[in-house]
Write a protein that binds this ligand. Structure first.
Ligand code: UD1
Ligand code: CA
Length: 420
């Protein structure tokens, strides 16, 4: 655990290139707002104190980010001005300040740990994370002198013809010493084409003060991807998706076709489960061991699929629990449903869980057999070992007793088998 370090995430930029009503950093990526991926990486690196600088619709960031202090930058005057807004949290603070961009969701915990270690070990005033980019356009270029010392960062709008070809770029992730940082920020001027106060202009000031500025290069340039447009967003989502799938495969999950499988970051899947092609698993869904999911299944947030269950093609589940060894194999929608163990859900079964005002619950108890094309109007319960005939419509509050056989529209009891 690194000691005496706080993090500031800059997220007040206008994000104009996104062309969106939603603040850029709240655009979702693999199941959560982009900025949450940054917060998570910072927390896992062992930093507890996190401050986020928000601009446009800052109240939305406040409610999205739990346990993060949010300060507002009234006008987007540049990244240096953004950092200044966090000053009140650093009174008499002599530790280190990590600064990150809220629009770089691919940044990895290991890299942040390495950055902190190098920063502390070398006694630098500023250590920044750089990357070698095949296409450096759009990023600030790192300018080093003949001896390899970092002397400046030149923004895209300011680069000379020669600097344009520099492929080492600034990722926008830095560790600074807290002592004196805010007075350095006060010395930054906005004499550039964008009329912004660039945080990157701290580097020449640090050098002038005979303090040490250095850069470490990330091994994986993908993590430096800044999301400034919808195109970048799709790219970031692709990289993250592949990382999630690789992790699951490493843990013993078979993904038949990674190219058509979409699994959100917080999804949990047990060993020896197979995910067939064109499957989407969202939010906090949890899938046990030895399940078979898909092809063409969509499992939405709030679902729990227990060991050995099967969820087949064209099945949509939301806020639904599926018990051990239960099979839901074809063309089904279950919402707000608790399904027990060893249940068979026939093709085309649909729960009517929304009455126009509220979501209502359906219970399908252990060993029940739901006939093809059954409609279950919630709230309703199908008892243990009960059967519904093909095409039944079980109306609300007309619970089916255990072991009963019902059929028809509305469903009526045809037979009551003996209960043991
Ligand atoms: C910035 C860096 C650039 C780096 C790139 C990495 C500066 C001057 N440039 O450029 O060297 O290569 O990130 O992606 O920092 N922000 C505010 N308030 C503002 C302006 C920006 O909070 O007034 C925030 C943004 O929300 C963003 C970050 O600061 O998270 C960087 O700003 P952005 O406008 O995206 O800068 P880039 O041009 O990408
Ligand atoms: Ca950016």
């Amino acid at each position: 655990m690194p000691k005496n370090i706080k993090a500031v995430i800059l997220a007040a930029g206008l994000g104009t290139r996104m062309k969106s009503q939603l603040p850029k950093v709240l655009h979702p990526l693999c199941g959560k707002p982009m900025i949450e991926h940054v917060v998570e990486a910072v927390r896992l690196a062992g930093i507890r104190d996190i401050i986020c600088v928000a601009g446009y619709k800052s109240h939305m960031l406040k409610s999205a980010l739990k346990g993060v202090k949010v300060v507002k930058q009234k006008r987007p005057l540049g990244s240096a001005d953004a950092l200044k807004q966090a000053k009140r949290y650093f009174k008499n603070f002599n530790g280190d300040i990590m600064v990150l961009c809220g629009d770089e969701p691919l940044i990895k915990t290991e890299t942040l740990k390495r950055l902190i270690n190098e920063h502390k070990r070398n006694g630098n005033y500023c250590t920044l994370l750089s990357a070698r980019m095949p296409d450096p356009s759009g990023y600030g270029r790192i300018v080093r002198d003949g001896g390899g010392k970092v002397i400046n960062i030149v923004e895209e709008t300011e680069v000379s013809e020669f600097e344009k070809s520099i492929d080492e770029i600034n990722t926008g992730t830095y560790c600074f010493k807290g002592r004196g940082l805010f007075s350095i920020l006060n010395r930054i001027r906005n004499n550039n084409k964008k009329k912004e106060y660039f945080l990157t202009d701290a580097i020449p000031i640090i050098n002038k003060n005979n303090l040490k500025a250095d850069a470490i290069v990330t091994e994986d340039s993908e993590e430096a991807l800044g999301v400034n447009s919808r195109k970048n967003l799709a790219l970031a989502s692709d990289v993250l998706r592949k990382r999630i799938l690789a992790k699951l495969m490493k843990e013993g999950v078979t993904i038949v076709d990674p190219n058509s499988t979409y699994i959100d970051k917080d999804v949990k899947i047990g060993q020896d489960t197979t995910i067939y092609p064109s499957t989407i698993i969202e939010g906090n869904a949890k899938i046990g061991r030895g399940c078979r999911i898909g092809p063409f299944a969509r499992i939405r947030p709030g679902c729990e699929i227990t060991q050995g269950a099967e969820v087949g093609n064209f099945v949509e589940l939301v806020r639904t629990k599926i018990g051990k060894g239960t099979r839901v194999k074809h063309h089904t929608y279950l919402g707000d449903t608790i399904v027990g163990n060893k249940v068979n859900i026939g093709a085309g079964t649909i729960t009517a869980n929304y009455d126009g005002k509220n979501k209502q619950k359906t219970y399908i108890d252990d060993g029940a057999f739901i006939g093809v094309g059954t409609i279950l109007i919630a709230p309703v319960r199908i008892g243990k070992g009960a059967t519904t005939g093909a095409g039944s419509v079980v109306t609300k509050n007309h619970n089916v007793p255990p072991k009963a056989v019902v059929a028809g529209v509305p469903a009526k009891i045809l037979k009551q088998r003996r209960r043991k």
